[in-house]
Every structure is written in C-alpha cells, then in structure tokens.
Design a protein around this ligand. Structure first.
Ligand code: GAL
Length: 416
C-alpha cells in the first residue's frame, strides 16, 4: 500500500539524516493578498510569482477565465523558487485555520504528509467526473494518491536533472558546443577549460539550488536505483559512492559564483543567458528563460551521468480542508486538469502535461523531446522538491548543505 511505502520513505529519510550525508556535509515571505469575502473568487496559492513562472501561471489563468467566467482569480503567490518561502507561509496559514482555497503541492511524500496532517480533501469524485484516472500515467497517478485515494490534481511534470549552457561561452572556451557530457569527469574537464578563460563555469543560486545540484550528483554517481535507495533504505548513505558524490559536489562548488547565496534560480540562469557563466543545473522550468533570452533554442543535456533517468518534479493543486470557496476551487482544479489548461500551462512553463492524451503536435520543441524521454526513461522522484522524502529530511539536508557550502570557496576572481 502507498501509505506503507510513504512510511518507509519517511523512515529511511530519517536514517539518511543520521547518516553519512549530514555527517559529511556537517527562508523571505510576505503577507499574502487578503482573501476576498465574496463567493465568486478563488485564491490560488503558489510560488510562481515572477518571470517565466508568473507568465505560465497567467497562461493557465487565461484558460480558467475562458472556462469559468465570472470567478475572480486571487493570486496568492509568495516569491521564492521551489517554494523556499511559500511553504513556511502555507504551514502557518494551515495551523491558523486560514487555508488558501487551493494550493500548489508536489506529488509524493509532500502529499503524504499533508494527508497525514488532515489538510486535504479527497478528490476521487472529481477525478471520476473528469475521467482523469484513465488519462494519467501510472507514475503521476501514484504520486497524487495515498492508499488508492487521490488528493491533488496534477498540473504538469517537470524534469529536474538538466544541464543548461550558453554555446557562445563554450565555443569561446575552446569547447565544442555540440559535445555531449556522458560523465561528470568529462564535464569537469570542460569546467576547468572555462575557468581558465576567467568566466564562471557554473552558475548556482541559494541553498535550495545547491541541494538540487547535490541531488543531481548523487543521481549521477549512484544511478537511479542507488539514488532511490537513499530514500527507501536500500542504499547505505555511508557507502563509498555517496562519499564520492559529496566529494564531487564540493569540487563542483569551486567552479561556481561566490555570490551564489544571493541568487535564486532565475538569476543563476540569467548569468548563463547573459554569457557571464557557461552552465547551470536546473529543472526544465528554466527552458523559458533560455528561449526568451535571445540565445536561440536552449542548449541542454541530461546532467552528466543521468542519461535515461527522468528525475520527476510533479506540480499539483489541492482542495484543502477548510477551503472557504470549495466550488470555485473545484472549478480551478477542473481547469488545471483540462486538456486546454494542461497544454497552455506546459508550453509556457517548460514542463510536459501530466495527462498522457496530449499529442506532441500540441507541444513546443523542448516539450516534445521531454515527453519522449518521460515515456522511455526510468522515472525517479526528486528529493529537493519534496517527492522522495519528508519535509524534515529536506530541511535537515538543506541546513547541512548550507553549512558545507559556506565553507567552500566559489570563484570570486571570476565575477564579471
Ligand atoms: C519547483 C516547482 C517548479 C518550479 C521550481 C522553481 O519546486 O515544482 O514548478 O516552480 O520549483 O521555482
């Protein structure tokens, strides 16, 4: 049963916390918009507050207005990539009995935890009405279900394990922009060549993006099964492979911008777009930054060593217990689930639709390639984005990473 799996994941996450990762490695909110009191509005809580993420949310809201005219959209977004500030605000609102009408959530353990806390209404009836179950891939349905009951409507599927580059910077460093990086070791050679030119080889942002990077190195060195085993207990966190991955992570940090803690993921991606840095590692929500950056089609690869693996980040929306406008919130969920909503949102967000009855002809260039990958690759769940292990585990590893990276020098002399 899923709850047993979730319990095991949470237990294993606790094991990890006392294990080698933490041993080795040794959030700004603002008050959300006031909730309107009329009953033809809906407050949608997320962290898609600016840039391409806001534009993607706007695209979904446009479909919502077409499908449900007359319902005012109240944007409850709290800035901060990956929910780095929003999740704290949400927790406090849930504790204070002030839930948004619907909120953004990640599939997997994040949903398990909210169900366990009694925060979520089940959505079985809505899924039946929308015939949604039959139109979702198993990995997606499983990620929004607990004990066979569904608790969130999936909005999209993102891929976390991607490496993005500025081809002009690569060429100026004597590198072939079309070369592949099958292994971390090949990538290190390229990073060294870029460093020699005085540019920042790898742009990184604040702590959550550093945890995201660590996740990718673990996936690269351990493979899909070894990585997933960190969260179900079948991988020894004190194994030589984990230690080697942490060494690689430390080495990668020496190629990064020294001001990383002041940046969010958009700023790090912009450094690459602007040619100040060669690479960044980020999920495919970054594709819009590259596509609008004037560089032409985005240049990307699976993170070296992770070809054939799809590190899934699943965005979904909920119906919280205590939602003051459940009818309007359900209409929002109907739009999120709709074919039109999924296509508009995925194309703007850089994701693929969660529904599997969307034709590739409806999708952008990146999304077509991503869909083919999702259908053929081995799917694993992201740790950083709350799917593979519990929030306590993510918080503890994040604190350990912050401590570790604070003691690891970036490349201040390389700043443009
Ligand atoms: C993830 C989320 C993505 C994107 C990203 C950066 O957690 O699933 O949709 O928003 O954070 O903010």
């Amino acid at each position: 049963m899923r709850s047993e799996r979730a319990g095991r994941r949470a237990q294993r996450a606790r094991v990890v916390l006392t294990g080698a990762i933490v041993a080795t490695l040794a959030l700004t909110g603002c008050t959300p918009d006031p909730v309107a009191t009329d009953n033809r509005s809906v407050e949608v809580f997320s962290w898609w507050a600016s840039g391409s993420e806001k534009l993607a949310l706007d695209a979904l809201v446009a479909v919502f207005h077409e499908q449900h005219p007359g319902i005012e959209f109240i944007n409850g977004a709290i800035a901060g990539g990956a929910g780095s500030a929003a999740k704290d605000v949400l927790a406090s609102r849930m504790t204070n009995g002030d839930p948004p009408d619907t909120f953004l959530i990640h599939g997997g353990v994040e949903i398990d935890e909210h169900v366990e806390a009694g925060d979520l209404q089940d959505l079985d009836a809505l899924f039946d009405e929308l015939h949604l179950t039959a139109n979702l891939p198993d990995a997606v349905l499983d990620a929004v279900s607990v004990d066979g009951t569904v608790y969130a409507v999936p909005a999209d599927v993102h891929r976390a394990n991607l490496l993005w580059a500025n081809p002009t910077v690569l060429a100026a460093s004597g590198l072939d922009p079309a070369a592949d990086y099958d292994t971390l070791d090949q990538w290190f050679v390229a990073l060294e060549a870029i460093k020699a030119t005085g540019r920042t080889p790898l742009a990184v942002g604040s702590t959550w993006t550093q945890v995201h990077l660590l996740e990718q190195v673990l996936l690269s060195r351990l493979g899909a099964d070894g990585y997933s085993g960190l969260w179900d207990g079948s991988t020894d966190p004190a194994s030589p492979e984990v230690t080697a991955a942490i060494d690689d992570f430390g080495r990668l940090l020496t190629y990064t911008n020294a001001d990383r803690d002041a940046l969010d993921w958009q700023d790090a991606a912009q450094r690459v777009v602007d040619g100040q840095a060669a690479f960044t590692v980020m999920g495919d929500w970054a594709v819009a930054s590259f596509e609008t950056g004037g560089l032409g089609p985005a240049t990307w690869w699976p993170v070296p060593g992770t070809v054939g693996v799809y590190d899934m980040v699943l965005d979904a929306f909920t119906l919280p217990v205590g939602s003051r406008r459940p009818e309007e919130a359900s209409d929002w969920l109907r739009t999120v689930a709709s074919h039109e909503g999924q296509v508009a949102f995925a194309n703007a967000k850089g994701a693929i639709p969660a529904r599997d009855d969307v034709s590739t002809a409806e999708l952008g260039t990146y999304q077509r390639a991503a869909l083919a990958g999702f259908r053929s690759d081995e799917v694993v769940l992201s740790f950083t984005h709350g799917s593979a292990a519990g929030s306590a585990a993510v918080a503890t590893v994040s604190a350990a990473v912050a401590t570790f990276t604070a003691g690891t020098t970036g490349t201040p002399e390389l700043q443009a």
